[in-house]
Design a protein around this ligand. Structure first.
Ligand code: NAD
Length: 363
């Protein structure tokens, strides 16, 4: 199979979907790899490294889309790419279709085979291609909230861990999955008082056992969220309903009760966001203020720490990409239920229930 690696075009997205080490493995397995010039540069991988690994370098995305059987990406295809996608071509990347009707309709029209990283799912319900990026985003959420709590960045000037004799910050993390736990761990490590909320009681029992003493687990409900946001300095939105739009858990009315200069980080913005007032932002202009509360809603947070993210992502995607390349998409889906669950749009038909439901499409 010919695998195509285009350069990412989303704002400030510095990751690349395959490292030179991954390209070498792909080629040793009998495949060809086309890489767009400078695709890996922002992640610290020079063209030379790809050439040494055996890749063919090309100048434009058009050449990649015209020549490859499978396109791999990090972020979803953007409008300039829609018409480059060919019928029957495999698109293997993060798609996040349930929050993006324009893209969903473009992929239906393309008649391509679109497999989403984020819906590849193991039998135990975990999402192995979301996990590494969730680890990065969760950890980064606290770095970013610390930055935006500073007065020069619009925050109310509080240090997360305080200092001896001075009250520390209160951090509320909604969602106790991968993002939530990584955010909570970082906030606990910095010494903040952390509330970690989830709907799953077994998960809360586990978290209560393993998290540090300054982390308090609570059952998530509108009443609990309403009560906690009043005293929060930071609220992290980290919920997920797989393949579906995020529920709006912090309303504008709740926002009115929050401290001026407190910070909301809506990590779930790539699924539409879990705060009523969220709208997606970019690394170039990451925040906006509503009701005096700073909102950080960057949809591709891991792009800011591209080196860590590229290595973490490719560790996870390469085995799946190899299986699809070795067996073709039909063979890989027959052999591996996890890949089958990744199918979102095939040959003009939506094949993932939550995406079909989001836009009232046939399934
Ligand atoms: P996860 O499945 O590991 O965890 C989600 C958790 O949310 C689960 O434990 C679930 O029980 C809980 N949950 C669901 N509804 C809830 C509610 N009403 N109240 C409290 N908890 C609730 O998912 P994850 O990997 O942690 O990802 C979380 C979100 O972050 C997803 O939307 C994901 O797409 C997003 N994400 C964004 C970025 C970014 O750059 N912005 C990066 C990575 C992940």
């Amino acid at each position: 199979m010919i695998v195509g690696i285009p350069k990412e075009i989303k704002s400030a997205e510095n990751r690349v979907c395959m490292t030179p080490a991954g390209v070498e493995v792909m080629i040793k397995s009998g495949h060809e790899v086309l890489v767009e010039k400078s695709a890996g540069a922002a992640s610290g991988f020079a063209d030379d490294a790809y050439i040494r690994a055996g890749a063919d370098m090309v100048d434009t995305p058009k050449q990649i889309y015209a020549g490859a059987d499978m396109i791999m990406h990090v972020k979803e295809p953007l409008p300039p790419e829609y018409d480059l996608i060919r019928e029957g071509q495999i698109i293997f990347t993060y798609l996040h279709l349930a929050a993006d009707e324009l893209q969903t309709r473009a992929l239906i029209k393309s008649k391509a085979v679109c497999i989403a990283y984020e819906t590849i799912q193991k039998a135990d319900g975990t999402l192995p291609l979301l996990t590494p990026m969730s680890e990065v985003a969760g950890r980064m959420a606290i770095q970013e909230s610390a930055r935006f709590l500073e007065m020069t960045h619009g925050g109310h000037g509080i240090l997360l861990g305080g200092v001896p004799g001075v009250e520390l910050a209160t951090v509320v993390v909604i969602g106790g999955g991968v993002v939530g736990v990584n955010a909570a761990k970082m906030a606990c490590g910095l010494g903040a008082k952390v509330y970690l909320l989830d709907l799953n009681l077994d998960r809360l029992r586990y978290l209560s056992d393993v998290m540090p003493a300054n982390c308090f687990t609570l059952m998530s409900s509108p009443a609990t969220i309403r009560k906690l946001v009043k005293k929060a300095d930071v609220v992290i939105g980290a919920v997920l309903i797989p393949g579906a739009k995020a529920p709006k858990l912090v309303t504008r009315d709740m926002l009115k009760t929050m401290k001026t200069g407190s910070v909301l980080v809506d990590v779930a913005i790539d699924q539409g966001g879990c705060f009523e007032t969220s709208k997606a932002t970019t690394h170039g202009d990451p925040t906006f203020v509503v009701e005096g509360v700073v909102h950080y809603c960057v949809a591709n947070m891991p792009g800011a720490v591209a080196k860590t993210s590229t290595l973490a992502l490719t560790n996870a995607t390469l085995p799946y990409a190899l299986q699809i390349a070795n067996q073709g998409w039909k063979g890989a889906m027959q052999a591996n239920e996890e890949i089958k669950r990744g199918a979102n749009v095939i040959n003009g038909k939506v094949t993932y229930k939550a995406v079909a439901e989001a836009f009232g499409l046939g399934y």
